[in-house]
Design a protein around this ligand. Sequence first.
Ligand SMILES: Cc1cc2nc3c(=O)[nH]c(=O)nc-3n(C[C@H](O)[C@H](O)[C@H](O)COP(=O)(O)OP(=O)(O)OC[C@H]3O[C@@H](n4cnc5c(N)ncnc54)[C@H](O)[C@@H]3O)c2cc1C
Length: 392
Amino acid sequence: MTRRCDVLVVGAGPAGLVAARDLTVAAPSLDVLVLERDRSIGSPVRCGEGVGSQGIVEVIDPTDAPWISRRITRVIFLSPDGTEVRVAEGDVGYILDRSRFEPVLAEQAGRNGAEFVIGCEVTGVERTAYGWRVLTRGTGGEGTIDARLIIAADGVESMVGRWAGLDTRVRSRDMESCAQYVVGGISFDPDAIYLHFGDEIAPGGYAWVFPKGTDVANVGLGIVALRAREGRSARSYLDRYCDAYFPTGVKTGYTVGGVIVSPTLPQIVADGLMLCGDAAHMINPLSGGGIVNAMKSGRLAAEVAATALRYGDASASRLRPYHGAWMRLLGDDHVRFFRIKEALSRFDDPFFDSLARTVNGIPEHRRTLRRIFASALVRNPALLPVVAKYFA
Ligand SMILES: Cc1cc2nc3c(=O)[nH]c(=O)nc-3n(C[C@H](O)[C@H](O)[C@H](O)COP(=O)(O)OP(=O)(O)OC[C@H]3O[C@@H](n4cnc5c(N)ncnc54)[C@H](O)[C@@H]3O)c2cc1C
């Protein structure tokens, strides 16, 4: 394949799909091409599929959508010793079916004029007078695409930014290794998500149970490999977790993947290039959630790209407002969340067990985040200097 386009979107995940969809709306005359390495958009699913309701409605209407597996109205934290803390009640979020969700985003983009090539991988990029020459490999063999602008939405293993000269390295302590089973035939509250913390359960991360139905759930965990005992893998922690909590569950699916839990990269644009979603390290470092962030970054990238190309200028200085807009929207919060995460990593399991009991002393309907922190400070003054420092 040899061809030319205005904008090449690399990766048909939430970031790339929203970027392509919104760009074709903002600038219908642009020739937008999306390349996806996998043979199917949305599959295989490498994700817990949990999203907050406020975030998703900004990008797509979830009312009666067939791509929702479950509506969630409760969050249950479990401390290391198993103490349950219920912290939210109401319109909390959804568990998606990403194998249906992403094709819907792709259809929206396609209806607006974006073109898709599936089963085609980008293998390198070279700067040219036109913009970028992109090297590809797919079912039809090798090829090249000339693009004025690349939106690199190629996920956690992103290479496009690095090939283009950006520093996209991740410190190993900021990378969580995740493993997840789809487990059927188990009992839990199907309206709740469960987040279970503890050094024996998931060192540096947490285990999750995200309902896909009334007796089937995504059961997974993320660990910081450097903190794992005797070099144990995420899968070995997960097997132990499932044996302990869902011994009779039937495992029908398995996935692994990395989650980058650091703030956004310091540089996410270059001449003719924008990074979006996981490729730009836009995951919430505290929760590890990145779906909604990816979509929001795709939307911002589309806005800025449309304006830049209208002026016929895809230089880094023209694209830089994208970085500023992202930092104002979520990036600055991520810096704060990262500091809180670092602070919390200094406390041990007994601290979290005592915090859980303290929080359970607050009536359930009054358990806001602010009150939880206030009680934590009163009962555990050791936290005060840490929180004060890291919230500043
Ligand atoms: C086990 C696990 C559980 C998770 N659970 C949650 C959760 O519950 N909630 C949540 O919000 N987030 C979760 N995340 C994170 C979430 O999956 C990501 O943040 C989100 O998918 C990021 O979207 P993206 O579009 O940036 O990247 P991706 O969804 O990774 O999409 C990138 C796309 O680019 C394609 N690609 C990569 N390289 C190339 C190339 N060279 N050429 C062409 N195509 C390429 C890939 O095939 C992929 O389709 C989880 C992650 C893991 C690993």
